[in-house]
Design a protein around this ligand. Sequence first.
Ligand code: FEO
Length: 165
Amino acid sequence: MITPKMQDALCAHVEQEMYSAYLYLAMGAYCEAKAYKGFGRWLRVQHGEELEHARKVLDYVVARGGQTSLGAIPAPSREFGTITQVFEAVLNHERRVTERIHALYATAVAEKDTAAQVFLQWFIGEQVEEENAATEILDKLRMVGDRPGSALYLDKEYGKRGKTG
Ligand code: FEO
């Protein structure tokens, strides 16, 4: 049985993952409106992954016999600046998510909840990938600077995400 503290911390994290999904949906639409269709697609795929993360945490709480209580999801911004600033915001957001996952893990340790520790290890690994992916895009965007041709090449490349064939 899950402790109330662990249950509440995980339910709060469902909201965080839903906010990530909402944020990336907004960012994706923003990029598409600026003719960066590829980065828009990349962010929409990310939106779908964040929904999966939220469901994964919720399913875990249910599987442990916990009660789910979900709160409101804040509205994301409407303005994200340049394409480089969009991905600076993605990386900063993922770093905050990583901190939250580590705090959840610390709660699992304090609650002596071994199952939650094992469960959260997947998210700890996932955050390494999430930060790495955002860092790679950001590094490339900073490299090309304000050369539109190069930014559009990157847009095309990253727009292949989630496509087969
Ligand atoms: Fe669900 Fe991007 O962390």
